[in-house]
Every structure is written in structure tokens, then in C-alpha cells.
Design a protein around this ligand. Structure first.
Ligand SMILES: Cc1cc2nc3c(=O)[nH]c(=O)nc-3n(C[C@H](O)[C@H](O)[C@H](O)COP(=O)(O)O)c2cc1C
Length: 146
């Protein structure tokens, strides 16, 4: 059974809820998914023992892209997470009225690719309140690729 780690950074709970929905979908379909809050993890060896890692992060800031605050220390140390050759996908909540809609998702995708991870699915960018059907569809897409 593939093992998938889901790590999220979330301030108001939107991205956290998305992470839980993804985990539920994966766990109900032959994958062992574990959810961790970015506030509770450190980067060294984070991906060890997992077949794939899904990163979730909301976007903050006005004139520039700011990652959700709990995700920042992890992002800055991400080269120690063991992502080389690892399957990765990225999701996050945002608001399209801002200049950089879900900019954190783009920033994290770029970083994990630089670190040698393989993006196994296009990112999931959620505008406003998460719609669970959209999240489940994305999780099912990921499901076949981990
Ligand atoms: C001060 C502020 C700045 C924000 N900046 C952005 C932004 O630059 N891009 C974006 O897509 N969303 C932005 N958002 C929207 C949040 O990312 C959105 O509310 C998201 O659902 C929060 O997710 P979370 O509860 O998981 O933290 C901003 C919201 C606030 C209040």
C-alpha cells in the first residue's frame, strides 16, 4: 500500500480542511495517508519512508507572495526533507482577487522541482471556500499516480 504524507500550513482552517478531505479520499482507496500540520514538523528527513508527499499551503501578503506562516520554516529548510526523486503534488487555498492567486503553491512547486522531486499532478488552487467535490476529484487524480 503506497504511503503518502500530507503536510499543510493553514491559518483559518481552509487548507487544513482540504488536507483532511484529500486524506480521507486516499485512505478510502488503498493508500495510507498521514496528515501533519507544518507547525508540528521539521524538514530533516520529512519525506523518509513515504512514497509521495503532498504539500498544502495558503497564500498571504498583498504586494508580494507570502507563504502561510507555519510553512515558512519548513520551506526555508526544504532541501533537507529528502525530496529528491520523490513524488510530490501541491495544493492550497487563496483568493483570486489578490494579485498572486495561490502564489504560495507556485513558489512551493518551483522549489520542490529544483530539489529533484517529480510533480505527479497539476496543482490544486482553491478560490475562496473549498468545494469538497473539486478536492475529491483532485485527490482521485493523485491516487492513480502515487
Ligand atoms: C491579508 C490577507 C492576504 C491574502 N493574500 C492572498 C494572496 O496574495 N493570494 C491569494 O491567493 N490569497 C490571499 N489571501 C486569501 C487567503 O489565502 C484565503 O483566505 C485562504 O482561504 C486562507 O486559507 P487558510 O485558512 O488555509 O490559511 C489573503 C488573505 C488575507 C486576509
Amino acid at each position: 500500500m503506497p504511503k503518502v504524507l500530507i503536510v499543510f500550513g493553514s491559518t483559518t482552517g481552509n487548507t487544513e480542511g482540504v488536507a483532511e478531505t484529500i486524506a480521507k479520499t486516499l485512505n478510502g482507496n488503498g493508500v495510507e495517508a498521514t496528515v501533519k500540520n507544518a507547525a508540528d514538523v521539521t524538514a530533516p528527513g520529512l519525506a523518509d519512508g513515504y512514497d509521495a508527499v503532498l504539500f498544502g499551503c495558503s497564500t498571504w501578503g498583498d504586494d508580494e507572495i507570502e507563504l502561510q506562516e507555519d510553512f515558512v520554516p519548513l520551506y526555508e529548510d526544504l532541501d533537507r526533507a529528502g525530496l529528491k526523486g520523490k513524488k510530490v503534488a501541491v495544493f492550497g487555498c487563496g483568493d483570486s482577487s489578490y494579485t498572486y492567486f495561490c502564489g504560495a503553491v507556485d513558489v512551493i512547486e518551483k522549489k520542490v522541482e529544483e530539489l529533484g522531486a517529480t510533480l505527479v499532478a497539476g496543482s490544486l488552487k482553491i478560490d475562496g471556500e473549498p468545494d469538497s467535490a473539486e478536492v475529491v476529484d483532485w485527490a482521485k487524480e493523485v491516487l492513480g499516480r502515487v
